[in-house]
Design a protein around this ligand. Structure first.
Ligand code: NAI
Length: 341
């Protein structure tokens, strides 16, 4: 089985090579992202393996189908970059629904602690033998209220971590779980009104697009901390920037950014930053930006490769895959039957 692997980074290869060899899969690695111009590279491949910023729109899907590609294996959980409606019935779309919720939830907490305890500032100061504590005052997490939006795999781990810090946890989910522990469900409005910290752990959909915007920030407490490790477009970056400037937002921890696809994962240190909003956000003392790094642990990389390879083996050798995505009844969801078409 031949798989064209797009947007390859050095840290992808060891685990994919290992599981690929064990299962008779040959990965052909391309550094370029998949898009309308590069789809041609999949010529001769049975499937393609893509990541969060590859473009899988109708044109790309059509070209892949013309080339005889039968499956798109996402090596990630989110699938907002795939036109699922268009793909349905044409090409199999497989994903890795979970690989390490701990990786993302722990990163969210790492960013929160870094920002509110000014660790990023302390690191730079002490390297310069500046041992002053002026402007370094933080606040205790203990006793604070955190609002968690999305109580799936990652949201729940984050809730448990927050509970360990002695925080009060409010939760919102469009589909509340019956067995949620360590938190009480409330409305989205109450999350905005009561939370000292808000952490986003829901997928990007039409409904969640810009859920943090001028209107929702207006409802928030002064000094609210916004954490986004989910998808960039959950936050209206311009509104966030205004919130930071007028001090409504006390800190922002962003692992994802709406316009990240042309920037994140690449080294632009020698270039002039063209994205003024991102440049301004990064320049703020109370904003931490990491470049979609939350997933990046050894455990997660290993699990991602193992599940992706198993997905490909399932679909090509067994004819069905439990991690296939379907677009049915107006929503994209995991295929319940394990066989979509
Ligand atoms: P999950 O599918 O286990 O949980 C998502 C939760 O969001 C579900 O409980 C669902 O009911 C809820 N939800 C759906 N629509 C909603 C809405 N309109 N409002 C509120 N809640 C809603 O997903 P998981 O594994 O917890 O991942 C969450 C998100 O984290 C993913 O969608 C992905 O975008 C992001 N992610 C980011 C990574 C990173 O490296 N920064 C890595 C992995 C995932």
């Amino acid at each position: 089985m031949k798989i064209a692997f797009f947007d390859t980074k050095p840290y992808d290869k060891p685990s994919f090579d290992k599981f690929g060899k064990e299962n008779g899969i040959e990965f052909k690695y391309f550094e370029t992202k998949l898009n309308e111009d590069t789809a041609e590279l999949a010529n001769g491949a049975d499937g393609v393996c893509v990541f969060v910023n590859d473009t899988v729109n109708a044109k790309v899907i059509d070209r892949l189908c013309e080339l005889g590609v039968k499956a798109i294996a996402l090596r990630c959980a989110g699938f907002n970059n795939v036109d699922m409606k268009y793909a349905y019935g044409k090409i199999h779309v497989l994903r890795v629904p979970a690989y390490s919720p701990y990786a993302v939830a722990e990163h969210a907490m790492a960013m929160l602690l870094t920002s509110i305890r000014r660790i990023h500032k302390a690191y730079i100061r002490t390297r310069d033998f500046n041992f002053s504590l002026v402007n370094m005052t933080g606040f205790d997490l203990h006793g604070k209220t955190v609002g968690v939006i999305g109580t799936g795999r990652i949201g729940r781990v984050f809730i448990d971590i927050c509970k360990g810090f002695g925080m009060k946890v409010l939760a919102y989910d469009k589909f509340p779980a019956k067995d949620l522990q360590n938190a009480e469900y409330t409305t989205l409005d109450e999350i905005f009104r009561q939370s000292d910290i808000i952490s986003l752990h829901c997928p990007l959909t039409e409904e969640t697009y810009h859920m943090i915007d001028e209107e929702s920030l207006e409802k928030c407490k002064k000094g609210v901390v916004i954490i986004n490790t989910s998808r960039g477009a959950l936050v209206d970056a311009e509104a966030l920037l205004s919130g930071i400037k007028n001090k409504k937002v006390g800190a922002a921890c962003l692992d994802v950014y709406e316009e990240e696809s042309e920037l994140f994962f690449e080294d632009y240190s020698g270039h002039i930053m063209q994205d003024d909003t991102l440049a301004r956000l990064i320049s703020m003392p109370n904003v931490i930006v990491t470049s979609h790094q939350a997933f990046l642990t050894e455990e997660a990389l290993y699990n991602i490769a193992e599940t992706t390879v198993n997905n490909l083996v399932d679909i090509f050798k067994n004819g069905s895959c439990p991690n296939e995505l379907c677009y049915k009844g107006g929503v994209a969801e995991d295929c319940k039957s394990g066989k979509c078409f």
